[in-house]
Design a protein around this ligand. Structure first.
Ligand code: ASP
Length: 325
């Protein structure tokens, strides 16, 4: 018994020495549960850059673990060693997956330490470049004329594009064929190639393609028009008659449950520095994102916000009858 107590005390002491030295020279890995080159990946890579200095200048790598609408990557972090070296950057899926997907392989509320919200990102409804419609009204006429033949891309069950697409189809009373990808980076590649017709995706992914005229933009999913010069002329879906349609994506940073408080504090302190980094803010704003600057950047604020988002989305998803099997 005494021996066990001594061992536990030594282990705890070792952990706190380790926490003091965190992160030292060991690289930190940020798991992105979607394919490289997409919007969640974009946020993670910009954030990794901004976190480097406040975390002592060591290496911070992005590890793409895509699949199952973010469940695979999130589950990997939930089961990772809780030492602060494996983090998760995920989006609104953390609050919609528990309702959209049955048998989620992790518990959003209890498997993670919440480190802070990073940003809010609007979504855009975009189409393949071959689409003849020149504005949203013409797009709705095309949708009406092509019922049963429309392919709508998404990043897997439970992803933001899946949620947005399901809500859009429900609002339009039109069934479209869902085409799942491991992220919206490969989905947008196929959209550009004309293999799929429509996609709802974050501005952090669609802005460069809209600017390059490789895809056709029709509307934004926010309740107000955006102010970004590139996107300010796009109507909101509400303006176009879809009453109450509002989807805004947010991203948050997480560590596995049980990560020592001294380590989560260092990570949250570094995150708050990164969120004020002018370079990070400039990059994100250029892509239509708004960097978080409110109580959600604190772990408790982040956790409360996710709980509120679960409470908000669960009845909407159930009422729309859009959850997946
Ligand atoms: N935008 C994607 C989604 O629909 C995720 C991604 O590829 O980052 O959830």
């Amino acid at each position: 018994m005494n021996k066990l107590f001594a061992f536990t005390a030594i282990a705890a002491a070792a952990l706190s020495v380790h926490a003091q030295d965190f992160p030292g020279s060991k690289p930190i890995s940020i798991v992105v549960p979607f394919a490289a080159g997409g919007p969640t990946d974009r946020v993670a890579r910009d954030l990794a850059e901004a976190l480097r200095k406040p975390l002592g200048g060591g290496s911070i790598v992005v590890d793409n673990v895509p699949g199952a609408g973010s469940s695979i990557g999130a589950a990997k972090v939930a089961r990772a060693n809780p030492d602060g070296y494996t983090l998760l950057l995920n989006h609104i899926g953390m609050s919609t997956i528990p309702t959209l997907v049955r048998n989620v392989p992790f518990k959003v509320e209890s498997d993670f330490e919440y480190l802070g919200i990073v940003n809010d990102v609007p979504m855009t409804l975009i189409a393949k470049p071959q689409m003849a419609a020149n504005n949203y009204k013409e797009l709705t006429a095309w949708i009406a004329a092509n019922k049963g033949k429309i392919n709508l891309g998404n990043a897997g069950i439970g992803s933001a594009s899946h949620l947005c697409g399901l809500l859009y189809q429900t609002a339009m009373k039109t069934e479209m064929t869902p085409v799942p990808y491991k992220g919206t980076a490969p989905a947008i590649t196929d959209l550009i190639g004309g293999q799929i017709d429509l996609l709802c995706d974050q501005t952090t992914n669609t802005s460069p393609q809209i600017e390059a005229k490789k895809v056709k933009p029709y509307a934004v999913t926010t309740s107000k028009r955006l102010t970004t010069p590139l996107l300010k002329d796009l109507p909101t879906l509400q303006e176009e008659g879809l009453k109450g349609f509002e989807v805004t994506i947010w991203h948050g940073l997480y560590a596995p449950k049980g990560t020592p408080p001294a380590v989560t504090k260092k990570l949250n302190d570094a995150l708050k520095v990164a969120l004020k980094d002018p370079e990070f803010i400039k990059k994100q704003e250029g892509l239509g994102a708004v960097v978080a600057a409110d109580g959600r950047v604190e772990p408790e604020g982040h956790k409360k916000f996710v709980a509120a988002e679960i409470a908000k989305w669960s009845p909407i998803i159930k009422a729309a009858g859009v959850y997946a099997d």
